[in-house]
Design a protein around this ligand. Sequence first.
Ligand SMILES: [Zn+2]
Length: 87
Amino acid sequence: MTEGKAKSASVSRWQVLASGQQKDDGIARCPQGHIHLDYGNLSLRFDQQAFIAFGEMVGDALVALTGESNFILGPAPHHADATFSES
Ligand SMILES: [Zn+2]
């Protein structure tokens, strides 16, 4: 794992990673680097690695539930680290 301390102050705003069907549902990364997931009355906070593990688990569940394999989350080629600009 190359985590690279991305503690540069340049990341000072929220980055929306995904939006749900309901207005307030979504997943975003806060300036502190947490992944915040809001869904209905549910609000969860992860660090990035924990969220990736969570996402893989959800992906497995979707595959098991639907038989569709296109939910599988592999190590994405467009990894979120690409958005860190460490100059
Ligand atoms: Zn946070």
